[in-house]
Design a protein around this ligand. Structure first.
Ligand code: ATP
Ligand code: MG
Length: 284
């Protein structure tokens, strides 16, 4: 029977930061190819995260730590709660219970100015680009810098051109979104997110809305970020080649639960869980 959302879910308090780091250090040995050290603290801690919509429990006791600079790819069937988890990390959704901590600061009950700070530190790239249609590519990459970071126009423009260059679109800087292909629009959206220099960047199926021939260019940009930017990345994608090559750690979700996580080669080639094996088998 479905549990009612007004039911109060009891979860423990967030762990003490040092204790959490110690537990994560022990837990994550062998689960990621990202190097982390004793005494280092995870940049993102998800503890007992629960989220319900009406009577539907969408996330059930999700626990996950992400290390600074780690690239985590989240896989799982449609409806498994991947987007909801990402949206909880930048507070586009309010968790029903549990804790999300960034740099050991609990964000779960953040208020107005704290939410704004969080959104600066945590960038997000969506499936549907969400560019402003009346602004050029360059202006789209500038607007967050001028409005949110209060940079002056010249500085924002220089940064925008640098980031458009990095995604191979310097020559499209003055084009409006409608004059760009889907893949180009998504690269502008990535440039816009990176121009804010977030510590953490979340990607929610950034290539799913693209024609197949445009996927590659976007994945190349993401691969470059993963290898060279030092940013912490959490990527929801169905691109298995990307997950295998680029992820430090793969997390498989189903039914609102983290079913399995580990090194890509391990999860892809020797999944421990039958559901993981079935899912990966089904989409090969
Ligand atoms: N705003 C909402 N109101 C009600 N139900 C929602 C809402 N957002 C998500 N859900 C439900 O939560 C479940 C998980 O959705 P979510 O979007 O997190 O899945 P997903 O793993 O990202 O799936 P997909 O691969 O299709 O994007 C689904 O059953 C969905 O219908
Ligand atoms: Mg989704």
């Amino acid at each position: 029977m479905a549990r009612k959302s007004h039911e109060v879910i009891e979860v423990p308090d967030a762990l003490d930061a040092n204790k959490a780091a110690e537990i994560a250090f022990a837990h994550d040995q062998g689960l990621t190819s990202h190097a982390f050290t004793k005494g280092e603290h995870p940049i993102v801690r998800i503890e007992h995260l629960n989220k319900s919509f009406d009577e539907t429990k969408v996330l059930r006791d999700v626990n996950l730590d992400v290390w600074p600079g780690e690239v985590v790819v989240v896989l799982g069937p449609s409806g498994s709660g991947k987007s909801t988890m990402l949206r909880c990390i930048n507070l586009l959704e309010t968790p029903s219970a549990g804790h999300i901590l960034i740099h050991d600061n609990e964000i779960t009950h953040a208020s107005g100015s704290e939410v704004n700070k969080l959104r600066r530190d945590v960038g997000m790239v969506f499936q549907s680009f969400n560019l402003f249609p009346h602004l050029t590519a360059k202006e789209n990459v500038m607007i967050g810098q001028t409005k949110v970071l209060k940079k002056d126009k010249a500085e924002a423009e220089a940064e925008a051109m640098k980031q458009l260059e990095a995604v191979g679109l310097a020559d499209r800087a003055d084009f409006k979104p409608a004059q760009l292909s889907g893949g180009q629009q998504q690269r502008v959206a990535i440039a816009r997110a990176v121009a804010m220099h977030p510590e953490i960047i979340l990607f929610d199926e950034p290539t799913s809305a693209l024609d197949p021939e445009l996927v590659r260019g976007v994945l190349d940009v993401m691969r470059d970020l993963a290898e060279n930017s030092g940013m912490t990345m959490i990527v929801v994608t169905h691109e298995m080649g990307f997950a295998r090559d680029v992820a430090d750690r793969v997390v498989f979700m189903e039914g609102g639960v983290v079913v399995e996580q580990g090194l890509p080669a391990k999860v892809f080639d020797h999944p421990e869980n039958e559901r993981t094996a079935e899912f990966l088998g089904s989409i090969k």
